[in-house]
Design a protein around this ligand. Structure first.
Ligand SMILES: [Zn+2]
Length: 169
C-alpha cells in the first residue's frame, strides 16, 4: 500500500513532504492528502479513502442478551463509564482496555471488586445485544501520516447508542 508519484513513479515515503494533509484520524471524513514527491517535486493527491468505518449493525452483540433478566453492576459500570467519557460516537468511543482501566480505577477507588477484562467485554456485548451500546472498528488505520503507513486495525471501539446515553431519553 505504498503510494507512488503520479508523474515519475517514485515511491512516496518518509522522504516525501506532506504539504497539506487533511487526512485526519481514522474515521475522519477527509480522504485525501497532498504529498510532494522527493524526486520530481510533483504535488500528489494521495487518496487515503481506505480509512473507512465499518459499523456493526445494531443488535449483533451477545446472542444470549435476550436472556438477560438481571441488569447487574457490571452492566451499570460499563454504561456509567461510557457516559462519563461521553463515548457517543465512533470518534469518541473507547477501546476495551480504556473501558476496563476506567472501571478498574473506579472499583479500586470505591473498594469494589474489579471485574475481569473478559467479564467487561461480556457485559459490553450484552449491552450491545440490548441495543444500548454498539461497537465498530476501522478496517484500516493510518498509523503514521509522515510515512503513509497503514495497518489493519485491531481495536474495536465501544460507544453508546442513543438509547444508552443517560439523559437522552
Ligand atoms: Zn515524482
Amino acid at each position: 500500500m505504498n503510494p507512488k508519484c503520479a508523474k515519475c513513479g517514485h515511491p512516496l515515503t518518509n522522504e516525501s513532504e506532506i504539504k497539506a494533509s487533511d487526512a485526519g484520524p481514522p474515521g475522519n471524513k477527509s480522504d485525501t492528502t497532498t504529498v510532494v514527491c522527493s524526486n520530481c517535486g510533483h504535488l500528489n493527491q494521495v487518496n487515503v479513502g481506505q480509512i473507512r468505518i465499518r459499523s456493526n449493525p445494531r443488535g449483533t452483540g451477545a446472542h444470549y442478551a435476550s436472556k438477560i433478566t438481571k441488569f447487574g453492576p457490571g452492566h451499570s459500570l460499563c454504561l456509567a463509564t461510557l457516559n462519563a467519557a461521553k463515548a457517543q460516537s465512533f470518534e469518541s468511543g473507547l477501546g476495551l482496555n480504556d473501558v476496563w482501566h476506567k472501571i478498574r480505577q473506579f472499583c479500586n477507588d470505591n473498594g469494589r471488586r474489579v471485574p475481569t477484562k473478559g467479564g467487561t467485554v461480556g457485559r459490553l456485548s450484552e449491552l450491545q445485544g440490548l441495543g444500548l451500546v454498539t461497537s465498530a472498528r476501522n478496517e484500516i488505520e493510518l498509523t503514521d501520516p509522515e510515512t503513509m503507513s497503514f495497518r489493519p486495525s485491531s481495536v474495536n471501539r465501544w460507544f453508546l447508542t442513543e438509547a444508552g446515553i443517560v439523559g437522552a431519553n
